[in-house]
Each structure stands twice: as C-alpha cells, then as structure tokens.
Design a protein around this ligand. Structure first.
Ligand code: PFF
Length: 446
C-alpha cells in the first residue's frame, strides 16, 4: 500500500514479518549455533541473551524511530533529527551502507552453500551424482557460481520493491519455517546422543567464559537483529505512524531470538547424534573441526538417519533456509538501493544493477582469497562495525535528537508513553548506559 509517493508496509503484521524476515537468517541458523558450539554452549547462550536485552533491543528501537521520523533514506532520516544541517555525520551513514554490502558479500557465499545442499539431493535422485557431488564439495568454482546465483536472486526481489517483494516473501515463509523447526527438534531429541548436546547447550560450564566470548556474543546479537547498517532505519521509514515502535521492536527481537534458540536446540544435539554415527566433529584437542561448515556437516548427517523421509525433510529445510537467507539479503541490498534512488535520483532498476554489481565484485574477491578474507570480512563487519555503528545511532537518538522531538515520534503510535517506565528509562539508557557498556566490552578484549 502506498501513502503519497513513498511505499509503506501494508499492516503491522506485514512489518513484523518483514523486519523479522531481515533478522531471521543465516545469523540464526548458521552463526548462532556455530558460535554456541565453539564457545561452550550454555555460557554463550546466556551472554547472547543478555546482549540482546541490554544492548541490541534498545538500539533497535532507536534505529526504527530515527527511520520512521525521517520517512526517507537513512542519510535523510539522520539529517531529519539533526539540529544543524552542516554537521550531519554523512560519513557514518555511508559506512553503514558499505558494511551492508560487506555483509551481503560473505552472506551470499554461505547462502550459496545452502543452495548447493538443496539441489544436490535432487540431482542425486535423478542419477546426476557427479554434479550433486560438485555442489556439496568445497571449491572455488562452486563458491563463486552459487554466490552469483544468490546475489542474482536477491537483485531480482529487490527490483520489485517493498510491498510486492519484501513483505510478501517474508510473510509466507516464517510460519512454515517455525513449524519445520519444531518437528526437527522433536525428532533429534529422540535420537541416541542428543542428550549430550542438550546438556552442553543448557547447562553452563563457566570455564568457557572469556572476554572474546562476550565480544563475539555482542557481534552476533547485532548481526542477528540486522543492526548498525541502517537496515532497520530503512524498514522504520516504511512504517506507518500509528505503530507502537518499542512494542513492535520487542516482538521482532523475540521472534529472532526464539529462532536462534531453536536452531541451537536442533544443531547442538544433532552434532552429538552425528558423532554417534561416525561423523568427526571435534579434533584430538577437543576443538571444533571446520566450524564454518559445521552446520553443513551435521544436518545432512541427521537427515541420513531419517531414511527416505530424510531426503524430503532435508530438501524442505534447505529450501526454507534459503528463503530465510533471501529475506535477509534483500534487506541488505535495499539499504544502498533506497539511498541511490533518493540521493542520486537513480531508477530502482539502475540502482539494483550497479549496487548488485559491487556486491558481486566483493563476493568474488572473497571467494578468490577465501582463506584470508572470509573470516576477516565477517569479523570486521559483524564484530566491530555493526556494534559501533549501532552505538552511533543510539548516540544520535539519545544526545543529538531533541528530547521533545524524540518523544513526539514515539508518542504517535503510543499515546501514553510519556508516563511510562519505558520513557523514564530508555533515553538516558541510550545516552549513558549503552556507550559505557559497549566501551567496557571492547576495552576488556583489548
Ligand atoms: N540478521 C541477518 C541474519 O541473522 O541472518 C543478517 C543481516 C541482515 C545482517 C541484514 C545485517 C543486515 F543488514
């Protein structure tokens, strides 16, 4: 539904689905379980939950509010809360866009692997074993081709715009994904070995606690909620004025965190079940082997234990995951595209072509230098840039934006907010607590 010339989400549910669509993706099903498995399970889970509540959620509310106030591209939304136009931190906005593209480039490589695992069993069924094998084996060619296909798909959806593309896709996927998750979790918990994984995931062993774990959990929380890179500012800008932002943000965070938790509940037990079936998960010293591809080792091993039903469950799972990855990747591309449309006057089509081209070039650079660049780009963009940029927007909302203006924006969807506990706490929390907490986390690691 359009209001004036600018598209809007057609309903509150549509927005929640789209924002949750951006949030729920590889971060939940690949990033979170991989990190939890590498960092002692329960301890990581606890610190992660803490990071979502004390840092990510308050900052999600800030980003959405700035975006809804501006009703424009992030650069303009930021300018709209600025008292003096000359001092607007355009550089941070551009850094946000660049970070979104960096994330898209590594994301498309992992999503390409998903696509490979989706198509491979189908090829196997029709006897094309060599091709099936190629899709599942690590190679430069495979990584490149599949990443290109994935970015191509992302470009196609973004070309069709907000309501037709983003909202429709997201609303369809989420319920099916949750249903399949529940079935798979119940199945895996009945298997031999699963309880070892469940114990690792739910019973904390404090010896795994470290400063690195805290920084990792913080980055993971920001990555999972798509923060810092102005994605949530753009989504906020498509949000109707009568929506209660804090409540809606809490719902989005709850859905995202619930799915990450569920993914852990599936994958950590599945690791130990796979181990019982002879799949090697840990090396002699007890470290995870190939953590990047852990999920791609463990899940197919689980599907194998299910017999012929496993083939269908596997195909369905990878298909759903691929769509979940797509609803996230379209949000990453939508950010620079919406800026090019509004700032440079490009048509949507032109913007998608050239910005998609940049993403392809970045992804190719990573594929050709996988050993050095893959982990590095992930660390720079998600562990450092996302939290730091998130903090910049929190400071903008807390310190730069006039308090009355901020209240006015929040009040539109929430008339009683001025008397609420939320309003008494949140602005000062953004001003003082968020910067101090994040500073502490970085200081302790350095
Ligand atoms: N939140 C997404 C996930 O968990 O997979 C990843 C993501 C999407 C990060 C959009 C950043 C972004 F702008």
């Amino acid at each position: 539904m359009a209001s004036g010339s600018r598209a809007q989400f057609s309903s509150k549910l549509g927005f929640i689905m789209a924002a949750a669509g951006s949030a729920v993706g590889l971060g939940n099903v690949w990033g979170f379980p991989t990190q939890a498995a590498s960092n002692g399970g329960a301890v990581f889970l606890i610190v992660y939950l803490l990071m979502v509540v004390v840092l990510a959620l308050p900052m999600l509310i800030a980003e959405l509010t700035i975006g809804r106030h501006g009703q424009a591209s992030p650069l303009r939304s930021i300018a709209s809360i600025w008292p003096k136009r000359s001092k607007v931190p355009v550089g941070f906005g551009l850094l946000g866009l660049l970070t979104a593209l960096m994330i898209l480039s590594f994301y498309s490589i992992i999503a390409g692997w998903l696509a490979g695992y989706l198509v491979s069993p189908i090829l196997d069924l029709i006897g094309l074993h060599t091709a099936a094998n190629w899709l599942e084996s690590f190679s430069l060619e495979r990584n490149l081709v599949l990443a290109l296909v994935f970015i191509g798909l992302t470009m196609k959806v973004v070309m069709s715009g907000v309501t037709d593309g983003i909202e429709r896709w997201s609303s369809r996927l989420m319920p099916v994904l949750v249903g399949l998750f529940v079935v798979m979790i119940i199945y895996i918990l009945t298997q031999d070995g699963a309880m070892d994984g469940l114990k690792m995931y739910l019973v904390p062993d404090m010896s795994h606690f470290s400063a690195d774990l805290v920084v990792g959990a913080m980055g993971q929380a920001f990555f999972s909620l798509s923060l810092g890179v102005t994605v949530m500012m753009v989504y906020g800008s498509y949000l109707p004025k009568d929506i209660n932002i804090p409540k809606t943000a809490a719902q989005v965070a709850a859905i995202d965190t619930g799915i990450a938790f569920g993914a852990g509940l599936l994958i950590l037990p599945a690791m130990f079940v796979a181990q019982k079936h002879g799949v090697q998960i840990y090396d002699q010293a007890g470290h995870l082997l190939n953590s990047d591809t852990l999920v791609f080792t463990v899940l197919p091993a689980m599907f194998d234990t299910m017999g012929s039903v496993g083939v269908i469950v596997g195909i369905l799972f990878f298909a759903l995951m691929l769509i979940a990855a797509l609803t996230s990747s379209i949000s990453m591309l939508e950010v620079p595209v919406s800026c090019a449309i509004e700032e440079l006057g490009h048509s949507r089509k032109k913007a998608v072509w050239w910005i998609g081209g940049v993403a392809i070039a970045l992804a190719a650079a990573i594929v050709f230098n996988f050993g050095t660049l893959f982990g590095l780009v992930i660390t720079i963009s998600t562990v450092y840039l996302q939290p730091l940029l998130g903090l910049v927007w929190a400071i903008c909302a807390g310190w730069v934006w006039h308090r009355a203006g901020l209240l006015e924006e929040i009040r539109q969807g929430n008339p009683e907010v001025a008397n609420s506990l939320f309003w008494k706490v949140w602005p000062n929390y953004l001003r003082y607590v968020c910067p101090i907490l994040m500073g502490l986390v970085f200081w302790v690691t350095i």
